[in-house]
Design a protein around this ligand. Structure first.
Ligand code: ASP
Ligand code: MG
Length: 484
């Protein structure tokens, strides 16, 4: 988390280029109708110089993963069924969108890709192993396929698009399934490959999520990584703005499924958005913001099904009244209390952290006292082993099915805000969490079963006047329309 927030006090930015990077997520390119909508949206940005980044068609990455896993356990039948289903889906979308000679060309290219996928699957089944490296090769096909279809569809729509292979642009380390870009090389490749296209008036289009090592071995940036790709490209080209097109109106004050009153946040800071992503909001890939933040490039979260909506603008600094911007919940956490037999020496604490890492327990440190430490973990699977290793030094207890409710907003860690929060939830059994590091969140732990109710109570407390004001302005607009 810290790395996202470092260097957030931004210097004024270097004069940006007039490039706008537009990233379209899986639901924005899920079928032919969605891809047509996206073509219209790109057309609306021709006044700037758009670069388009696309995700795989919705759910495709999940299906590819399932296919690889099935093959690895020897279930070639399931793997081939999924392959057939994916082939058909992509071919149908291409058939609907692209015609004539271009259609032939795209279908041939898709056929070739599916042949390679089929070979990969047989290879995985033969060795009974689905290594991270093979996983990257397989999962990357989702974006290869979607970018081929989208670029052909845009060309048919009259847009001057140039398909660019993301493997040639994003150079990464070899940390398969979670690769990190090598910035200098990536920026050099982006400048060399994309700038001439932009200068020739073309619209470069590339798949998100994927990259390659210096040796050209395919890698991926981690699930949900297309947002990150957009930010990498935006930063590399010093874009004027980065647009993340999704299927919601922007970042909301809370999950609308929990809080039907949730409102669109008009403007927020990078630090608030990163905090929100970290605490479980699903709108943005947390690392997305890092390259944009470093260069102070504004990011917009927009809705491809409602392109006229202004979405959420994320900027370096968001001046205005200090207030709660959003309320989020991180579910499925467990709280672990480690009680030292003697004292919680720094050395012992270090050992505990190292042990948790060794047993694949990712954790957040909540608090430490003279004799104990409290931690939050996403999974308790490794804890019995940790408890056994600590025998004689410390006792370990944990409670499952907890949820971390978190209020986010710049500088909200003020006693009066915390006072309101704890008064509003005084009837629930909440455990206070003191993450002293950040001024941007107030969080507490409750049983998962009462998390939603707690969020609703707090949303009502902090946003009821905004809900009323937006309803009133909507009514006014409607009255104005009726009058005309
Ligand atoms: N298709 C990839 C995934 O589902 C990347 C993305 O969509 O952001 O994780
Ligand atoms: Mg996503």
């Amino acid at each position: 988390m810290k790395e996202f927030l470092q260097g957030i006090e931004q210097k004024s930015r270097n004069a940006p280029s007039d490039v706008v990077v537009m990233k379209f997520g899986g639901t924005s390119v899920e079928n032919a109708a969605a891809i047509r909508r996206v073509a219209q949206i790109v057309r609306s940005r021709l006044g700037s110089r758009p670069v388009v980044v696309v995700s795989a068609l919705s759910k495709v990455t999940d299906r590819l993963l399932l296919m690889g896993k099935a093959a690895a356990r020897g279930d070639l039948e399931t793997a081939m069924q999924v392959l057939q289903e994916l082939r058909q889906r992509h071919q149908e979308v291409a058939l609907d969108l692209v015609h004539g000679a271009d259609h032939e060309r795209v279908q041939q290219s898709l056929t070739l890709d599916f042949e390679i996928v089929s070979e990969l699957i047989r290879g995985i089944a033969a060795v009974g192993e689905f290594s991270p490296r093979t996983q990257d090769s397989l999962l990357g096909f989702g974006e290869c396929l979607s970018s081929k279809i989208a670029s052909a569809a845009f060309i048919e729509n009259g847009l001057n698009v140039a398909l660019v292979d993301a493997h040639d642009c994003i150079v990464t380390d070899t940390a398969h399934t979670q690769a990190t870009p090598l910035w200098d090389q990536t920026n050099e490749h982006l400048a060399r490959l994309l700038t001439p296209l932009l200068e020739a008036g073309q619209i470069p289009l590339l798949g998100g999520f994927i990259g390659a090592t210096c040796d050209g071995i395919p890698t991926t940036l981690g699930r949900g990584g297309s947002d990150f790709s957009a930010a990498i490209v935006g930063a590399g080209l010093n874009a004027e703005r980065i647009e993340i097109w999704t299927d919601v109106d922007g970042i909301m004050t809370s999950d609308p499924n929990v809080c039907p009153d949730a409102l669109r946040i008009e403007r927020m800071s990078f630090a608030e958005a990163a905090e929100l992503a970290y605490f479980g909001a699903k709108v943005l890939h947390p690392a997305t913001l890092l390259p944009a933040m470093r260069q102070n490039i504004p990011v917009y979260v927009l809705n491809s099904r409602n392109p006229d909506c202004e979405g959420t603008e994320i900027v370096a600094q968001c001046n205005g009244a200090t207030r709660v911007k959003a309320i989020t919940v991180k579910r499925g956490v467990a709280v672990v209390d480690v009680e030292a037999v003697r004292r919680m020496e720094p050395e012992l604490l270090r050992e505990i952290c190292e042990m948790l890492g060794r047993h694949q327990c990712t954790f957040d440190l909540v608090s430490a006292s003279w004799s104990s430490a409290s931690l939050l973990v996403g999974s308790t699977l490794g804890l019995p082993a940790v408890a056994a290793e600590l025998k004689g030094l410390a006792s370990v207890r944990w409670e499952n099915h907890k949820a971390l409710v978190c209020l986010v907003g710049d500088k909200i860690r003020r006693p009066e805000i915390a006072g309101h929060v704890f008064k509003a939830i005084s009837h629930v059994d909440a455990r206070m969490i003191g993450q002293g590091a950040s001024e941007r969140n107030i969080s507490f732990l409750v049983d998962e079963s009462i998390a939603d109710e707690s969020v609703r109570v707090l949303h009502q407390l902090f946003f009821s006047s905004d809900v009323a004001a937006r309803a009133a302005s909507k009514a006014l607009c409607q009255a104005g329309e009726a009058w005309q």
